[in-house]
Write a protein that binds this ligand. Structure first.
Ligand SMILES: [Mg+2]
Length: 366
């Protein structure tokens, strides 16, 4: 996939290559030694924060609202983090995720039990197709199709004519059975975006991700008002407030969430439920390592009826290795929820040591 545009088929015009992202792993240890795991993925052009900044804001501030608390008091922990530190959803989300794993491990229950229970055990996934020459993209789609995948996210954005060629060739090759979604990674101006989306509308597109500049919610609204395909915000969408603003402005028709955005499990559930009440579907999308992937599978399993769009978890395909001991079962375009307390996965200490870019930072009370 690295042969794709901008490293991994990313059309974002940044000088920072997307090499799989940087990750911060958090282990939250209780007094009795029980611990919970969290994972956050970072990429500077998107998250605007480095791993060191995430660790720093926890060490300098956020630890105070977590250490000494009971992980089951997750609403109180979130409230304390929010009133004492604005923004920083990724750092707060990392701690929130670790709290849910700790709740599970402390009680011997899977984490989805703290989200209303499990609706499904296995999910269908969407495959991510990087921006390449049209024929190479269709070849890759057919490769995944043969393996059982039926939903594909196509990276577009190098030009309207080429976008149409890619989508048309895909439909010609695979017919109407497959579901398609597209991601522009902010490639277009609002006017171009309208023309680009209208040009592919006849081919049946579930939703179009981030066609214009990430923080330009107003332009997103202008585009959404002129096209039928629902829009989804990615790079510019960090908080629950962002999601609500985008919905109120009419900027999006699909709510996209990750694990650590809009701020962990607690806020992800609020976002999903908000979208459901507003009649919008949610899609979960991020290319994470095993801890966050397991967390995201728990979210979708607990709210499956609110996800009309297949889950996009592709880290296991894109990344060369993982930091969990037993891999999650991804076969033929599905993901099976790991069994066990919390997220149901264990940290691979050896792999962590192998890939760590710095020493473990230990934060204790005071
Ligand atoms: Mg995206």
């Amino acid at each position: 996939m690295q042969s794709g545009e901008g490293g991994l088929g990313m059309a974002i015009g940044s000088e920072e290559p997307w090499l799989g992202g940087d990750f911060v792993i958090c282990r939250l240890t209780a007094e009795d030694g029980t611990f919970g795991l969290g994972e956050a993925m970072l990429w500077l052009p998107e998250t605007g924060a480095s791993p060191e900044q995430i660790i720093s804001i926890i060490r300098d501030c956020l630890y105070r609202y977590v250490i000494g608390e009971n992980p089951f008091d997750i609403e109180r922990i979130n409230r304390r983090m929010d009133i004492n530190l604005t923004r920083n959803e990724v750092a707060k989300g990392l701690l929130d995720i670790a709290c849910y794993d700790l709740m599970g491990r402390a009680s011997g229950r899977p984490a989805y039990d703290f989200m209303g229970g499990r609706q499904v055990k296995q999910l269908q996934l969407a495959a991510l197709i990087p921006l390449m020459e049209a024929d190479a993209m269709v070849w890759l789609i057919e490769f995944f199709y043969e393996d059982g995948w039926r939903t594909f996210r196509l990276k577009l954005g190098r030009g309207i004519e080429e976008d149409v060629t890619i989508v048309k060739k895909t439909r010609d090759a695979l017919g109407d059975e497959v579901r398609l979604r597209v991601d522009y990674n902010q490639a277009y101006s609002p006017e171009e975006a309208v023309r680009a989306i209208k040009a592919i509308e006849p081919y049946g597109i579930d939703f179009a991700e981030q066609p214009v500049e990430a923080t330009d919610f107003v332009s997103m609204a202008k585009v959404q008002k002129q096209v039928e395909v629902p829009l989804m915000a990615h790079e510019g969408c960090f908080s629950l407030h962002d999601i609500m603003t985008l919905v109120e402005l009419g900027s999006i028709g699909v709510v996209g969430i990750n694990s650590e955005r809009p701020g962990g499990i607690t806020k992800a559930l609020r976002a999903i439920d908000f979208a459901e009440e507003r009649g919008l579907g949610t899609v979960l999308h991020s290319q994470t390592l095993g801890i966050a992937s397991a967390a995201q599978l728990n979210i979708v399993a607990a709210r499956h009826d609110s996800f009309p769009y297949e889950t996009e978890l592709f880290g296991h395909v894109m990344l060369e290795d993982d930091l969990i001991t037993e891999p999650i079962d991804y076969s033929h375009g599905t993901a099976t929820l790991p069994e066990g307390p919390g997220w149901g996965v264990e940290l691979d200490e050896e792999a962590l040591e192998k890939y760590a870019t710095g020493p473990t930072v230990v934060i204790t009370e005071g």
